[in-house]
Design a protein around this ligand. Structure first.
Ligand SMILES: Nc1nc2c(c(=O)[nH]1)N[C@H]1C(S)=C(S)[C@@H](COP(=O)(O)OP(=O)(O)OC[C@H]3O[C@@H](n4cnc5c(=O)[nH]c(N)nc54)[C@H](O)[C@@H]3O)O[C@H]1N2
Ligand SMILES: Nc1nc2c(c(=O)[nH]1)N[C@H]1C(S)=C(S)[C@@H](COP(=O)(O)OP(=O)(O)OC[C@H]3O[C@@H](n4cnc5c(=O)[nH]c(N)nc54)[C@H](O)[C@@H]3O)O[C@H]1N2
Ligand code: SF4
Ligand SMILES: [Mo]
Length: 751
């Protein structure tokens, strides 16, 4: 080590695994990134993306100043100029008085930043629009709807207790590539190996023999989009063979008696053909699941971004409940995070319950859920004339022109916008079309705490990281940009007092605590609460407040906290750079419930009603090809293809096809295929592999970096094709409106 070399620790914000990173700095340069072996959760685990965070930080293509469109070109401008330009363009739109003329699209990285999770609410409120869209509706929305319907809130998602389970049934997830999702669990390879090492079993259901399938005991290919049939047949078997044993939690469950009737149409023999798994196998899988000392059924993106996403998501937890694995060690449980855990706040045991569809999209009438609308409807809402048409769009940390269905049509719709503003770090397929682009700090220049993912973690932990490097003066912290933009939309002009606005946001968080049962701040004056928090401002002040008032909190202003054996505050987390372990998940029923009944709703009527559609699909499938996606360990949705280390080597954006299909269709390995759907067509290199089942082809999403206006030099050199030219915005899960991104009918031919 040279003299000026220092080591800093931070939590990786790039995926849901929340690994601790040890970063060696020489001056301001990142010399080396390792896994932090002392991290209380990840214990040194790291993946190639985390290891490349220095390269991401140093990427010369990252935007370093606000960009403003002048004479058609995006040119650097001052922050004041950028905001003045937005204000000028916004004026006529605002004058119309139609608040819904503003649309917002929020991308995935917002779930990984304090700024996004704390301050976007202010931006949304300031616009007053109902036209809120996000990556949620090309992702986990169905799981949030099933969870909210069953347990009361959208983040009450049962998480597999992978550290203790004896049996894990995994559907539509490839955690060995994705590093886990709706299951924060660094080193899933190690965790799966440990399950098998203690005599347990891992079973994977996936159209493709993935890395995860290869690390499992069993792999069963399934017809894309047919998981709900399969899961219903497992439930059918368990009920009809008398294997249901919900155990002690039964007293907290409503609807147990109805389940048998509800799944009656889905015997293994009825669904074997539609899902492609033989009836005796379905029965055996069900029996083994029921017989295991403990078991966890876990499903992810392959089961949510499909035709029956909500049904599949719901049936997963029906099975967990039927087999007695809901809310018990080794089964699935509800984490108790140190901050922002809605289902741990206030009087427990019951709540307001869940309601969706309070409004809908103008054109297709798709329902609102959790305050947002399905992004599959975004193009409609920009192009259809009339009151409520989106004329100004703000994107924050999103790349909808790559990530959402039928990007061909959405791209055309974007031509009709009067104003596009993007907050982002790159000029990509979406942001390069903006009128104004507002840059953000690199992940190493800002503080970090996972408000969202600790609520989904297989172990309760808390870890705060201060910035690794000092933020450059030229770039505003993202939360300040969000508030300044919010001020503009609220009509306060381009020069809103950001610090005063921040005080208002903090005051509102404080006010909620003062009226929350059991909060140490209950009964205090909100201003008194802020006073007690001292000098901190921005996300740190609010995080400190949440931690102090949270389930492990130190309390506030001399009032004791709720944390038995813990006294968390931001100071305490700063003293523990490798994190604080809060212990394994614990049973939380019925205290965590927020349903109106105070029970687990095993048969939510709106979900059960969709089973008719499931029945109708039986026998409907033709013998045409269908398209699914996939993820690669070295990729991250659409935005990390500009990191040289991650795109090096063999082409990752290829179409996987089974040898039998390749022969029938005349496709040669290394050749090119023309793939077309109702929405569009692409030409893509062919990779022939028996890892994918017959009748199915797979193309990863996030590629297609050929936009001329983009400035991502490395990505442009290996552009790949955009698979969302093929996904169809008219294909959605009926309940949630979530886009169908797996199981898209396509025609495939040699190109
Ligand atoms: N066909 C198909 N499509 C899919 C999927 C699929 O499986 N198949 N998966 C879907 C899923 S699960 C998701 S989550 C979506 C993702 O959809 P999006 O969120 O729309 O896309 P990302 O590629 O994650 O784009 C993230 C953007 O945020 C920027 N960014 C990165 N860090 C920051 C930051 O700190 N602040 C700001 N302001 N910007 C930042 C990046 O430059 C990039 O522009 O894609 C979905 N699309
Ligand atoms: N390396 C990397 N990691 C990531 C990301 C990334 O882009 N790259 N993205 C992050 C994001 S935003 C998310 S949401 C998570 C997603 O995390 P995962 O859900 O683990 O994502 P995938 O690896 O796409 O795994 C989905 C699997 O579903 C299978 N599948 C497709 N259709 C069906 C179907 O109909 N039924 C069944 N049973 N299986 C099906 C696919 O073959 C694939 O193996 O990953 C996160 N982590
Ligand atoms: S697994 Fe995820 S959190 Fe861990 S180093 Fe890789 S990208 Fe970062
Ligand atoms: Mo995602």
């Amino acid at each position: 080590m040279t003299e000026e070399s220092v080591t800093r620790f931070t939590t990786c914000p790039l995926c849901e695994a929340t690994c601790g990173l040890e970063i060696e700095l020489h001056g301001d340069e990142v010399a080396k990134v390792r896994g932090d072996s002392e991290d209380v959760f990840s214990a040194g685990f790291i993946c190639p993306k985390g290891a490349s965070i220095g390269e991401l930080h140093a990427d010369p293509d990252r935007i370093s100043a606000p960009l403003l469109r002048r004479d058609g070109e995006l040119v650097e401008a001052s922050w004041d100029e950028a905001f003045a330009a937005i204000e000028a363009k916004l004026a006529p739109i605002r004058e119309s008085g139609d608040r819904n003329s503003t649309g917002i699209y929020l991308g995935n990285p917002n779930a990984h930043t304090l700024d996004g999770l704390i301050y976007l609410r202010a931006l949304i409120k300031a616009t007053g629009t109902r036209n809120i869209f996000s990556a949620t509706s090309v992702d986990q929305l169905p799981k949030q709807i099933s969870s909210a319907s069953m347990f009361g809130t959208g983040l009450s998602i049962p998480i597999p207790d992978v550290d203790h389970t004896d049996h894990m049934l995994i559907l539509g997830a490839n955690p060995l590539a994705s590093n886990g999702s709706l299951m924060t669990a660094p080193d899933m390879r190690g965790k799966l190996r440990a399950i098998r090492g203690r005599g347990g079993k891992v079973v994977v259901i996936d159209p493709r023999r993935t890395r995860t399938a290869e690390a499992a005991d069993e792999h069963h290919p399934i017809r894309p989009g047919r998981d709900a049939h399969f899961l219903a047949a497992l439930a059918h078997t368990i009920v009809t063979e008398g294997l249901a044993a919900p155990g002690d939690v039964a007293e907290h469950i409503d609807g147990l008696d109805e389940i048998g009737e509800v799944v009656a149409p889905f015997s293994p023999e009825t669904v074997e053909e539609v899902c492609g798994i033989a009836a005796p196998e379905i029965r055996r899988i069900a029996r083994e699941l029921a017989a295991a000392p403990s078991a966890a059924v876990y499903a992810r993106i392959g089961t949510t971004t499909q035709e029956f996403g909500t049904l599949a998501s719901w049936l997963v937890d029906v099975l967990n409940a039927l087999t007695g694995n809901l809310d018990r060690r080794g089964g699935v449980m509800f984490p108790l995070a140190a901050a922002a855990q809605t289902n741990a706040s206030g009087a427990g045991g019951r709540g307001r319950g869940f309601e969706m569809g309070r409004w809908g999209t103008r054109v297709r009438g798709m329902p609102e859920a959790f305050g947002e609308l399905p992004v599959a409807c975004l193009a409609d809402e920009i192009t259809e004339p009339g009151e409520g048409r989106i004329r100004a769009l703000v994107t924050v940390a999103g790349n909808p022109l790559v990530s959402t269905p039928n990007v061909g049509r959405l791209g055309d719709a974007f031509d009709q916008l009067d104003l596009l503003v993007s907050i982002d770090c790159y000029l990509n397929e979406t942001t390069s079309r903006a009128d104004v682009v507002l840059p953000v700090l690199s992940p190493l220049e800002r503080s970090h705490y996972d408000l969202a993912f600790y609520q989904l973690a297989v172990r309760n932990v808390a870890n705060y990281s201060p910035p690794v490097l000092p933020p450059p003066a030229a770039i505003e912290p993202e939360w300040r940009t969000m508030l300044r933009l919010a001020g503009l939309f609220a009509g306060a002009g381009a020069g809103v007092d950001v610090d005063a606005f921040d005080d208002m946001v903090a005051l509102e968080v404080a006010r909620r605590e003062t009226v929350t049962d059991g909060s140490p701040a209950q009964g205090m004056e909100p201003a008194e609460v802020l006073e007690a928090l001292g000098e901190r401002r921005g996300p740190e002040r609010i995080l400190d407040l949440m931690l102090r008032c949270g389930p492990y909190g130190a309390g506030i202003a001399g009032r004791p906290g709720r944390g038995e054996g813990f006294a968390l505050s931001l100071d305490e987390l700063e003293r523990n750079p490798h994190g604080i372990d809060l212990g394994p998940m614990q049973p939380r029923l019925p205290e965590m419930l927020r349903t109106a009944s105070g029970k687990v709703e095993l048969c939510p009527p709106a979900i059960v009603a969709d089973l008719d559609r499931l029945s109708e699909a039986i026998g409907r499938d033709g013998d045409g090809m269908v398209l699914i996606g996939r993820r690669d360990l070295r990729s991250n949705n659409s935005w990390m293809h500009n990191v040289p280390h991650l795109v090096r080597g063999k082409d990752r954006c290829t179409m996987h096809v089974n040898p039998a299909d390749a022969e029938r269709l005349g496709l040669a390995a290394g050749g090119a295929a023309a793939v077309s759907s109702r929405a569009g067509s692409v030409v893509v290199p062919v990779e022939v592999t028996d890892a994918i089942m017959e009748g199915v082809v797979s193309i990863p999403h996030g590629w297609g970096h050929d936009a001329e206006s983009a400035r991502m030099g490395v990505a442009a050199a290996t552009p790949g094709v955009n698979s969302n030219l093929l996904s169809d915005e008219m294909l959605v899960d009926a309940i949630s409106g979530n886009a169908v991104l797996n199981g898209i009918p396509v025609a495939v031919a040699p190109a």
